[in-house]
Design a protein around this ligand. Structure first.
Ligand SMILES: Nc1ncnc2c1ncn2[C@@H]1O[C@H](COP(=O)(O)OP(=O)(O)OP(=O)(O)O)[C@@H](O)[C@H]1O
Length: 600
C-alpha cells in the first residue's frame, strides 16, 4: 500500500456521500455494541412480564420483548456477541487461509497440489450446510459456531491468497531476493505479504459482511449463543414468533444486520477504489464522473514590429514555434505534467513546456538520460497518466482532436485503433494464460463494431497473415507467451500494435531488453512496417545509435524539458546543447560516422 492510500481513501469518501453515511452507521453500531454496558440502563436478560411486548416509546426506544426485556439493550449487548464472534471467525479464517495460501503459492509442487486438492474437496460441499453439520456435532455455543464458520470458509480465501502469491512470486524483486539467499520465511513476510497486503485488506472488508451473515444465520437456527444471552441472529429467531404482534422484535436485529452487512460491503468497495486510483475517476452512485478541467496551452502575446500587431504564439524558449498544423497526427503545445505531493504540498514538475509535432509517416527519436521524462511523455500521449501525475497545462492533439477533455471511454476507442503503444517488456502487454492467436484476435475484434465486424474465420486469417508479415512462424498462433523467445514476444507486441492499422505508434524502448542481433531485426521490422503503412512513430530510447537507423528527427530530453530538437543529421553533426554533445561523445565516434553515412 502506498503512502497516498489514505489521501485517496479520503477523496473517495468525500466524493461519495453514501459511503460516509454507511461509515457513520457502522461506527455507531460498533460503538453502541462495544459501549453497551455504559449506554444502556436496562439489564438485557432481566425478565419483567409486566413490561412484555411494549411498543417503542421514550422509555424503551425499540420496545420490549415477550419477557419484558428492553430490545435496544439486548441489541447493544448482542452486538458484542455477533461482532465479536464474526471478528474472531474472520481472524481464524484469515490466519488459516493466509498460511495455506502462502505455502501453496510460494512453494508450489506437491505441497501446492495437496493443499489445492483439499480445498477442492471442501468446495464440493455447500458451505452453510457443512458449517451447520460441524456446529451441530460440536454442540450449540458461540465457540463451536466460530470454529464451524472458519472451518468451511478458509478454502475460498486460501485460493485467492494463493493466486495473489502466484502473481508476485515470479516478480523480479522476489527472484532477486531469492538469488540473494534471503530465507523463504523472510521473502514471504516482507516481499510477498507486503505486496498483497492491500488486496487482503479489501477482501477482508468485503467478506466480513458475509461472515456476520453466516454467524447470524446459524444463530437464527439455534446453533449459536445459549438463551437468555442476546445475539442478533438469535434475537431474529425469537422475534419471528411475534412478527405480526410486535414487529419491532424482528425489525430491530434484522435492520442492524442488514446495515452492518451493507456498510462493510460498501466500505470494502470504497477501500478497493482507494487502492486502485483509476477506479476513483469512474462514476459512482452519487459522485458522478469528475469532469476534467479544460487545459489551455501556455501562450504569450508577441509583438510584430512590421505590422505592429499582437499575435498569440507558443511560449517555448528554445524550440522553433510550430504553428497548429492540421496535417499533424500528433501535436503537443506547452505540455506541463506535475506530480502532486501530498494534500498541501507543491506539485513537483515532471514535464515542462513540451512542444512537439508529428506528421504522418514521420519517425521521431526521443532520447535522454534515465528519469528525463520520456516514459511520462509517452503516457501523456496515450492518456495513461495516473495519480499522482497530472497534466497541469498545455494541449495534446491526436489527429487534430484535443485530448484534454477525453474520458476513459473516448480513450478506449482511440487506443489500439488510432494510436498504439509498445512497451519495453513485452510481458507487460501479453496475457500469460491466453494463446498469441487469441490475444491478437481479441485486439482485432475489440475495435470492430457489430455491423462491420469480422467473422471468426476472417479474424483468424488476418492474424495469421500478420504473424507471417512480422516474421513469426505459423505455430506461434497457438503458443502461449512463455513458449516464445524475448524477440518473438516483442514481434507479437508489434503485431498487436499494428493490427488495427493505427496512425501513430509510441514505442517505449522496444529493443532495450534484447540482444544486439535481435535488436537489429526488430528495428528492421519497425522500419518496414512504418514505410509500408505510413505510420508515424515515436521511438523512445537511451541508445543514440539506434536513433540514427530509424528516426527522421531527434528530440533530446533532460530534466523533463526538451532541450534540443531537429533532424537527425543536424543534431548529430551540429548539436547546439552541451548536453547533446556530451551524449554524442559517449558513443564511439567511428560507429557514428559509419551510421551517419546511411542516414537519408
Ligand atoms: N508516479 C510517479 N510519481 C512521482 N514521480 C514520478 C512518477 N512517475 C515518474 N515520476 C518521476 O518522473 C520523472 C520522469 O520519469 P520517467 O519514467 O518518465 O523517465 P524516463 O526518461 O522514461 O526514464 P527511463 O529511461 O529510466 O525509463 C522521474 O524523475 C520520476 O521519478
Amino acid at each position: 500500500m502506498d503512502k497516498r492510500f489514505g489521501q485517496r481513501l479520503l477523496l473517495a469518501l468525500k466524493t461519495d456521500p453514501l459511503a460516509i453515511i454507511l461509515l457513520a452507521l457502522v461506527a455507531v453500531i460498533i460503538a453502541m455494541s462495544v459501549g453497551g454496558t455504559w449506554f444502556s440502563s436496562y439489564d438485557p436478560v432481566q425478565v419483567d412480564y409486566k413490561q412484555a411486548l411494549l411498543p417503542p416509546s421514550s422509555e424503551h426506544w425499540l420496545g420490549t420483548d415477550n419477557y419484558g426485556r428492553d430490545v435496544l439493550s439486548r441489541l447493544m449487548h448482542g452486538g458484542i456477541a455477533s461482532l465479536g464472534a464474526s471478528l474472531i471467525a474472520v481472524s481464524l479464517i484469515i490466519s488459516l487461509s493466509l498460511a495455506i495460501g502462502l505455502a501453496a503459492g510460494y512453494f508450489g509442487g506437491w505441497l501446492d497440489m495437496a493443499l489445492t486438492r483439499l480445498m477442492d474437496v471442501l468446495f464440493s460441499f455447500p458451505q452453510l450446510v457443512l458449517a451447520i453439520a460441524l456446529a451441530s456435532l460440536m454442540g450449540p455455543g458461540l465457540t463451536s459456531l466460530m470454529i464451524a464458520v472458519a472451518a468451511v470458509s478458509w478454502p475460498s480465501f486460501a485460493r485467492i491468497f494463493r493466486s495473489f502469491v502466484l502473481s508476485v512470486r515470479n516478480e523480479g524483486y522476489v527472484q532477486a531476493a531469492r538469488t540473494s539467499g534471503i530465507p523463504a520465511w523472510k521473502i514471504i513476510t516482507t516481499h510477498i505479504l507486503g505486496s498483497i497486503a492491500g488486496p487482503i485488506l479489501v477482501l477482508v472488508t468485503l467478506d466480513i459482511g458475509s461472515i456476520i451473515l453466516s454467524i447470524a444465520s446459524m444463530s437464527f437456527l439455534g446453533l449459536g449463543i445459549r438463551p437468555p444471552q442476546p445475539e442478533w441472529g438469535a434475537m431474529l429467531n425469537e422475534g419471528r414468533a411475534y412478527i405480526e404482534e410486535a414487529p419491532w422484535l424482528f425489525l430491530a436485529p434484522g435492520l442492524t444486520i442488514f446495515l452492518m452487512v451493507l456498510g462493510t460491503n460498501y466500505l470494502g468497495d470504497t477501500l478497493k477504489d482507494a487502492l486502485e486510483p483509476r477506479a476513483i475517476q469512474m462514476p459512482r452512485l452519487f459522485g458522478g464522473s469528475k469532469k476534467r478541467k479544460r487545459m489551455e496551452p501556455v501562450v504569450v502575446k508577441a509583438h510584430s514590429s512590421k505590422t505592429g500587431q499582437h499575435a498569440n504564439v507558443c511560449s517555448h524558449p528554445e524550440l522553433p514555434v510550430t504553428a497548429g498544423n492540421t496535417a499533424s497526427v500528433l501535436s503537443i503545445d506547452g505540455l506541463h505534467v506535475a506530480a502532486s505531493e501530498g494534500m498541501h504540498g507543491q506539485p513537483k514538475p515532471i514535464l515542462e513546456n513540451i512542444y512537439l509535432e508529428l506528421k504522418p509517416g514521420e519517425c521521431l527519436g526521443l532520447v535522454g538520460e534515465s528519469g528525463s521524462g520520456k516514459s511520462t511523455l509517452a503516457h501523456a500521449i496515450m492518456g495513461l497518466l495516473r495519480s499522482p501525475l497530472e497534466q497541469t497545462a498545455g494541449t495534446i492533439r491526436l489527429m487534430g482532436e484535443n485530448t484534454s477533455r477525453w474520458e476513459w471511454n473516448d480513450w478506449r476507442k482511440v487506443r489500439g485503433s488510432h494510436v498504439a503503444y509498445i512497451t519495453q517488456d513485452p510481458m507487460d502487454s501479453l496475457n500469460p494464460v491466453l494463446t498469441i492467436g487469441e490475444q491478437l484476435r481479441e485486439c482485432l475484434i475489440a475495435h470492430r463494431d457489430k455491423d462491420g465486424g469480422l467473422s471468426q474465420a476472417e479474424a483468424k486469417r488476418k492474424v495469421r497473415e500478420l504473424l507471417e508479415q512480422t516474421g513469426l512462424p505459423e505455430e506461434t498462433y497457438g503458443r502461449f507467451p512463455h513458449q516464445l523467445s524475448g524477440g518473438m514476444r516483442q514481434r507479437v507486441v508489434i503485431a498487436m500494435a499494428v493490427i488495427n492499422e493505427p496512425q501513430i505508434i509510441v514505442a517505449d524502448e522496444p529493443t532495450t531488453a534484447l540482444d544486439v542481433s535481435t535488436q537489429a531485426r526488430i528495428l528492421e521490422l519497425l522500419i518496414a512496417l512504418r514505410n509500408e503503412r505510413k505510420l508515424a512513430l515515436i521511438f523512445i530510447t537511451h541508445d543514440l545509435r539506434l536513433v540514427t537507423h530509424i528516426a527522421d528527427r531527434i528530440c533530446v530530453m533532460r530534466n523533463g524539458r526538451m532541450i534540443e530538437q531537429g533532424d537527425v543529421r543536424s543534431v548529430f553533426t551540429n548539436p547546439r546543447e552541451a548536453y547533446t554533445k556530451q551524449l554524442l561523445e559517449s558513443i564511439p565516434s567511428l560507429r557514428i560516422l559509419s551510421q551517419l553515412r546511411k542516414v537519408k
